[in-house]
Design a protein around this ligand. Structure first.
Ligand SMILES: Cc1cc2nc3c(=O)[nH]c(=O)nc-3n(C[C@H](O)[C@H](O)[C@H](O)COP(=O)(O)OP(=O)(O)OC[C@H]3O[C@@H](n4cnc5c(N)ncnc54)[C@H](O)[C@@H]3O)c2cc1C
Length: 410
């Protein structure tokens, strides 16, 4: 992803968004579309171009459609209509997305850089850009507003500050809001590879096994994303490590030809105790982190960004935490359950799981419920301006009074 950098930072704004990942960019596009005065800044001189989230679910595509970016993103990705769960080579259940009640009855496989790049292009089309590189070093709020001091010493005064600044959020730290939860014992290995893969590029495969969970998902350009829980992995797993992993867990199904990127990391499952403390608000990874099982992280963040933008535009800021924190709690609970079911080493539980899932998989309502949950379609869509039919897609303008009223309410 390429970006231009460093226009001079303004000294005042109504809303400052700290962090230009997918959450911050979505919020920025929503505020720009609503005509609300804001600044979005990031400490990186350029947008990150490392491989991270690769899955965009149906509800997120609906949100991106409201912002006029869904079609551009779909053009860059691969639609996949099913998740297939196996124990080793035995199929346990297929989760189908193609019957879901949405304009987007599929999961889009696309790199996070592409998602960020499409959002950034929309932001620029609306006449805004990200201020880079500006690192927020401290944040102090008072009755009238928030003062942010950059690592350079520059200050920015705002009505509100939003922490879209990831798991180690400075805004969350400054707010004193707790981040309750813990870390999984296992490491997660991630790798992007070119390979011959027997199940092919039309499904996301989740393979359960006594050694851990292995997810293989297609990416554009004939590549695959591998995510696997591993007790002990090197910091940068090489091709032979990943090939050995697949040989053990999906014997005879994979031949890796090239490994373009790999990483190992620890995963936490945590939710912020509040999403708002006065004039400080949290969204995305700053507010919740969880297992990558099901690919929910970035999706939930994008939907937070949109919901928060709509809350600013409608003057219903208090509703934001009420709407979005339960969603985060549910996503953390479900991904945690999925991870524990997939990785259990208890023989009795594994046996029960392997009997129950194929039986449940024969019940169409169960399959649909699972697909609906993964696609985040259980989450009520945010109506941009109350229940009015106004859409942010057209870049409609809001009067300055709306945000001024919001400012006084804080
Ligand atoms: C290796 C890896 C693999 C992942 N794989 C998946 C996956 O398969 N599926 C999935 O759903 N999710 C995955 N994730 C998680 C996903 O990337 C995040 O959920 C998503 O990026 C959250 O977006 P965000 O905008 O909330 O935060 P981030 O993307 O973390 O963006 C935060 C931004 O804030 C900026 N920032 C931070 N502090 C400051 C500061 N003090 N001042 C100014 N700017 C600051 C950072 O530079 C960054 O640009 C993965 C993450 C990683 C790291």
């Amino acid at each position: 992803m390429t970006t231009t950098t460093a226009a001079t930072l303004p000294t005042h704004t109504e809303v400052v968004i700290v962090g230009a990942g997918p959450t911050g960019l979505t919020l920025a596009v929503t505020l720009a579309s609503a005509g609300i005065d804001f600044v979005i800044l990031d400490r990186l001189a350029e947008g990150a171009n490392t491989s991270r989230a690769a899955v965009v679910h149906a509800r997120t595509l609906e949100v991106l459609d409201e912002l006029g970016t869904a079609e551009a993103l779909i053009d860059r990705g691969i639609p996949v209509t099913r998740f297939v769960v196996r124990d080793r080579s035995r199929r346990l259940i297929t989760v189908p997305f193609d019957g879901l009640p949405t304009r987007y009855p599929f999961t889009l496989m696309v790199s996070q850089c592409e998602t960020e790049s499409v959002l950034l292009a929309r932001l620029r089309a609306l006449g805004h850009d990200v201020y880079r590189p500006y690192e927020v070093a401290s944040v102090v709020q008072d009755a009238q507003g928030v003062t942010l001091t950059m690592s350079t010493g520059q200050t920015l005064r705002a009505g509100y500050a939003v922490g879209a600044d990831g798991m180690h959020s400075v805004i969350r730290e400054a707010s004193g809001i707790g981040f309750t939860g813990s870390a999984y014992g296992e490491s997660f290995v991630l790798a992007d590879v070119a390979m011959e893969w027997a199940p092919g590029p039309h499904e996301v495969s989740l393979t359960f096994g006594s050694d851990g969970l292995t997810v293989v998902a297609p990416l554009p350009g004939g590549h695959y994303r591998i995510v696997a829980t591993v007790d002990d992995a090197p910091a940068t797993p090489d091709l032979s490590f990943v090939q050995r992993l697949l040989n053990e867990r999906a014997p005879g199904r994979a031949t890796i030809n090239d490994l373009s990127w790999s990483s190992r990391f620890r995963v936490h499952h945590r939710v912020a105790d509040h999403f708002r403390a006065g004039r400080l608000l949290l969204a995305g990874d700053a507010a919740h982190v969880h297992s990558p099982a099901g690919g929910q992280g970035m999706n939930t963040g994008i939907q937070d960004g949109y919901a928060l933008g709509a809350a600013f535009a409608t003057g219903r800021l208090d509703q934001y935490e009420a709407d979005r924190r339960p969603v985060a709690q549910r996503v953390v609970a479900i991904t945690d359950r999925m991870t524990r079911i997939a990785t259990t080493r208890n023989m009795a539980l594994r046996g029960a799981r392997n009997i129950a899932l194929p039986l449940l998989g024969r019940i169409p309502r169960f399959r649909t419920k699972l697909a609906t949950e993964i696609a985040e379609l259980t989450v009520q869509p945010v109506r941009p301006l109350g229940s009015s039919s106004m859409s942010f897609r057209s870049g409609s303008r809001r009067s300055a009074e709306t945000i001024t009223t919001v400012g006084r309410a804080g």
